[in-house]
Design a protein around this ligand. Structure first.
Ligand SMILES: *[C@@H]1O[C@H](CO)[C@@H](O)[C@H](O)[C@H]1NC(C)=O
Ligand SMILES: *[C@@H]1O[C@H](CO)[C@@H](O)[C@H](O)[C@H]1NC(C)=O
Ligand SMILES: *[C@@H]1O[C@H](CO)[C@@H](O)[C@H](O)[C@H]1NC(C)=O
Ligand SMILES: *[C@@H]1O[C@H](CO)[C@@H](O)[C@H](O)[C@H]1NC(C)=O
Length: 204
């Protein structure tokens, strides 16, 4: 498993081939140089309060978040707290962010709700298979240090955090958009720290 992940990351470290064709979807409006379609990349979370943060951050995977009849729910978890590769990569399809499952079952993103984790569902029973077009990749145009593209949801790239969803041995550190202490026990607010979501590797 570890070697599989490493090879995924080695493959992902190839620079994104020219993703710079401007897109006009509402989900990218006002965000500068952007794109909204790319395949097979990895997301990482960079601690925004680290003083010398120039790494690509910690790798994220689609982590389990429960199930109902016929569907599984996912959130974005640090690979360190959810060390499985059920969804080795992610893709962006015209503003929809989708985990790519290892066994080919389709996944869909759900509307982002402030104060909640970013959520996804996976089902082979497609009737409810409507993906939300709300995500956009922002290209870093800093001439001094061009970092990887960052991910925005609903036009907002600056208000993500990683928050523990519990304190047990299998607790997951999950990406939350605009965390709040008033979260119905979904996560432990005091564990949250701000992150930027980065897009590493992939194909335009
Ligand atoms: C993404 O990865 C899948 C599975 O490895 C592959 O079949 C597909 O061709 C890739 N897509 C692109 C655009 O590289
Ligand atoms: C994030 O950065 C802050 C400031 O340096 C630090 O206090 C905190 O421990 C970091 N969190 C993690 C999980 O690295
Ligand atoms: C940036 O990362 C490089 C490579 O990991 C490291 O050598 C360098 O010291 C880092 N710079 C800062 C300011 O953290
Ligand atoms: C984290 O981000 C929020 C805005 O989303 C901000 O209010 C807060 O001050 C930030 N915390 C730190 C430690 O930078």
């Amino acid at each position: 498993m570890f070697s599989t992940l490493l090879s995924v990351f080695a493959a992902a470290s190839v620079a994104l081939a020219s993703p710079l064709a401007p897109r006009t979807g509402a989900w990218c409006s006002g965000l500068g140089i952007t794109y909204d379609t790319a395949s097979n990349f990895t997301l990482t979370a960079l601690n925004t309060t680290l003083p010398n943060a120039n790494s690509t951050g910690v790798p994220l995977v689609a982590g389990q978040n429960g199930a109902t009849d016929g569907a599984e729910f996912e959130v974005l978890s640090t690979w360190a707290t959810y060390p499985y590769l059920d969804f080795p990569t992610m893709s962006l399809n015209a503003g929809a962010l989708v985990p790519n499952s290892a066994n080919g079952v389709p996944s869909y993103d759900m509307a982002a709700v402030a104060g909640q984790p970013l959520q996804f569902f996976t089902t082979s029973e497609s009737p409810s298979g409507e993906a939300a077009q709300i995500y956009c990749a922002i290209v870093d145009t800093d001439p001094d240090f061009e970092g990887p593209p960052t991910l925005a949801v609903n036009g907002d790239a600056d208000n993500f955090a990683l928050c523990m969803n519990g304190d047990g041995p299998y607790a997951q550190n999950n990406v939350v958009w605009r965390p709040t202490s008033d979260n119905n026990g979904m996560y432990l607010y005091e564990t949250c720290y701000n992150v930027t979501l980065q897009i590493v590797g992939g194909n335009a």
